[in-house]
Design a protein around this ligand. Structure first.
Ligand SMILES: [Zn+2]
Ligand SMILES: [Zn+2]
Length: 262
């Protein structure tokens, strides 16, 4: 069994917690676990390290976790809170860091198109000003092999949009969904650690609630479920006390052992 770790780079919803200008108790909490940066995780095994999404807080997260090298970035979808840190990948794409290879990015076609349009200059062969992230964008649809890892995209509904989470061995990361289609539950059979979107208690058109995600967690039946994409409605400590055994809010810096396959 190939063992690895997942580190939560960020556990917040799109606006981050604290949210700009907000006077609520969570935004003014002194509990460090109530300070949440935009959602992302880092997976490490052996000599390898990848991240899922690179949002607007990527620089701060990478400095905090002392990331000096990356093998790849996997994208879930093209929303700003998941992609805006692409430019801050630059120092991790220097040739003396990568050995001269471009840093591979993986995304479905719709997400790849968003990346090419938002970061037009990065993908412009005629760009004259230098200093670009040296990245190579790979479009994916089906499961694929990355290094010695088998990567399974897991389709989820984010409101009306179909986006993807990822399954790696017995670990799955599903951020930004309101509904998990039946066919995707089959892809989650046997996972041991799963991350699920749980924005808040009140319904939202494109995100899951705590209550909905508790039901989903029970159905998936993983030993450990962690919630992410958390809004300022949920205080870490108080919310955790209300959650069933085996289900907890994640927090920035949380690190968990995972099984990444055989
Ligand atoms: Zn998001
Ligand atoms: Zn989103």
């Amino acid at each position: 069994m190939k063992n690895g770790t997942v580190t939560v780079l960020g556990s917040a919803t799109s606006m981050g917690v604290p949210t700009i200008g907000c006077d609520c108790a969570v935004c003014h909490s002194t509990d460090p676990k109530d300070r949440r940066t935009r959602p992302s995780v880092m997976i490490e095994w052996g000599e390898h390290r990848i991240v899922i999404d690179s949002g607007p807080d990527f620089r701060e997260q990478a400095v905090r976790e002392c990331i000096k090298r990356l093998d790849a970035v996997l994208y879930t979808h093209g929303h700003a809170d998941h992609i805006l840190g692409l430019d801050d990948l630059r120092p991790l794409t220097y040739p003396w860091v990568t050995g001269g290879e471009k840093l591979p990015l993986y995304a479905r076609a719709e997400t790849a198109n968003v990346l090419r349009s938002v970061f037009k200059y990065v993908f412009d062969d005629n760009y004259k000003y230098g200093g670009l992230a040296q990245v190579e964008l790979n479009e994916i649809s089906d499961p694929f092999d990355l290094l010695d890892l088998h990567v399974v995209p897991v389709p989820v509904m984010h409101g009306d949009a179909e986006i993807i989470g990822y399954r790696l061995g017995r670990f799955a990361y599903l951020t930004d969904f309101s509904v998990i289609p039946e066919s995707s539950f089959a892809l989650l059979d046997g996972v041991d650690v799963v991350f699920l979107d749980a924005l808040r208690h009140h319904p939202h058109p494109t995100h899951s609630t705590v209550e909905n995600s508790i039901n989903i967690a029970r159905r998936i039946g993983a030993n450990q479920t962690y919630f992410t994409h958390i809004s300022h409605d949920l205080a870490h400590e108080a919310t955790n006390k209300t959650l069933p055994d085996g289900i907890r809010l994640s927090y920035d810096g949380l690190r968990i052992e995972i099984e990444l396959g055989s």
